[in-house]
Design a protein around this ligand. Structure first.
Ligand SMILES: Cc1ncc(COP(=O)(O)O)c(C=O)c1O
Length: 406
């Protein structure tokens, strides 16, 4: 059989493998040294007690004749859809119906799979730096051409730097789909109402779709940052929104997420408007069998009053770490971004150091592991991402070591 050359000829997923190799080489040469890891974006705290109890009770219920359930509804149980509508969106003044919410196993799957709804010649734009899933999923589908010198010929990249306020400059060339992530991985910055509104206006004016990744919305603390793109007027006709229970409720190992697709959102089949929600539903009915009952019960528990309180404490703990990193490094003279509405801190490398050079220096001089910004795109060169997903003690120790070493 012939393979999909668009996958075969992709660059290897170097970034985290490269980091792991460098850390392994360093520890082999310096045995016994205590390495502090502020690199990976996985949560570190356990599920909240209320969520864990709901999860385990639902699993035990499945072992009883009355409580057993087979295949779940494709798009999620009504109890979870209702909890999302009432607890996540109603407080924002955003009205949704059950048919507009699609529960899944992850925002990675949803942001990666949504491109199956686009025609092969769809023109894709992403921010730079970027969460790599948006690019890779379109590349695998052959939509971006083959990479040459690290660049996809048919991908439009929109640099997000301090000069642009970490918002993309609207493209001059035609774009059909724009992926946005706010609060952003990796920069840790978030788009304000004022920054997002013109992008929504642009998308409506040009018939473009915005895929809005809100996986980190629980970390928003600033009043001028929207929790949902649907808080912006006009977003219902140009945007889908992908959310997750991973980074708030600690579901990276449990797996539960959801995507919101407004009823009035359409794309074109020739001249004929077609409902995006209907397409996503049709695709899901052929490719998924839903998310397990105990997982959906656990997700709903994370949204009820007790769960929300406990989840808030988890997020606040990470935000407190983010503050320690941001303020500690700022005080020592570093230039830092993010960490206010996000668990990520985007650290400018000192002097003219490159991302990888600073990564190596940080490892050898402070025994701290970060993620080189260049791994997220060309505009990430000269930056390093640090994460707040650690204990307060390790976070403080890492900051102390960095400040002492540089
Ligand atoms: C921007 C962004 N979206 C989505 C995800 C994945 O979320 P999930 O665990 O729901 O697949 C991540 C995980 O790191 C992320 O950083």
């Amino acid at each position: 059989m012939k393979i999909n050359a668009y996958i075969a000829r992709m660059n290897k997923a170097y970034l985290f493998a490269d980091i792991a190799r460098r850390v392994a080489e360093y520890t082999a040469a310096h045995p016994g040294q205590d390495i502090l890891r502020l690199g990976i974006g996985d949560v570190t705290r356990p599920l909240s007690p209320h969520v864990a109890q709901a999860f385990s009770k639902a699993a035990l219920d499945m072992g009883t004749p009355e409580g057993f359930r087979g295949y779940p509804p494709y798009e999620g149980y009504d109890f979870l859809l209702d909890a999302i509508i009432e607890k996540e969106y109603a407080p924002l003044g955003v009205k949704l119906t059950r048919r507009e919410i699609f529960v899944s196993d992850g925002a990675k799957s949803d942001t990666g799979n949504i491109q199956e709804l686009f025609s092969p010649d769809t023109r894709i734009a992403v921010t730079d730096p970027v969460y790599p899933v948006y690019v890779d999923s379109n590349a695998m589908a052959g939509r971006l051409g083959f990479q040459e010198n690290g660049v996809y010929p048919r991908l439009i990249t929109l640099p997000c730097t301090p000069e642009t306020g970490f918002a993309p400059k609207l493209p001059d060339e035609p774009v059909d789909v724009l992926y946005l992530c706010s609060p952003n991985n990796p920069t840790g910055t978030a788009l304000t109402y004022e920054q997002l509104a013109p992008i929504v206006r642009w998308a409506n004016a040009h018939g473009a779709l915005i895929v809005f990744d809100a996986a980190y919305k629980a970390y928003i603390t600033d009043k001028n940052v929207p929790h949902s793109i649907f808080e912006i007027e006009g977003a219902r006709t140009c945007a889908v929104e992908c959310c997750s229970f991973s980074k708030n409720a600690g579901f990276t190992g449990v797996r539960c997420a959801y995507t919101v697709i407004p009823e009035e959102l359409t794309g074109l089949d020739g001249d004929r408007p077609v409902s995006i929600g209907a397409l996503w539903r049709r695709r899901g009915e052929s490719k998924n069998n839903g998310v397990s009952y105990p997982v959906q019960v656990a997700a709903a528990a994370a949204l009820d009053d007790t769960g929300a309180r406990e989840v808030r404490a988890l997020v606040d703990g990470y935000l407190s770490n983010a503050r320690v990193i941001r303020e500690g490094l700022e005080k020592a003279g570093f230039t830092v971004f993010g960490g206010v509405n996000s668990p990520y801190i985007w650290l400018k490398t000192p002097g003219q150091m490159g991302s990888w050079e600073f990564f190596d220096a940080l490892l050898s001089r402070a025994q701290v592991v970060g993620t080189p910004g260049a791994g997220f795109g060309a505009a990430g060169e000269g930056y390093l991402r640090l994460t707040a997903f650690n204990t307060p003690e390790n976070t403080q120790a890492a900051v102390d070591r960095i400040v002492r070493a540089f």
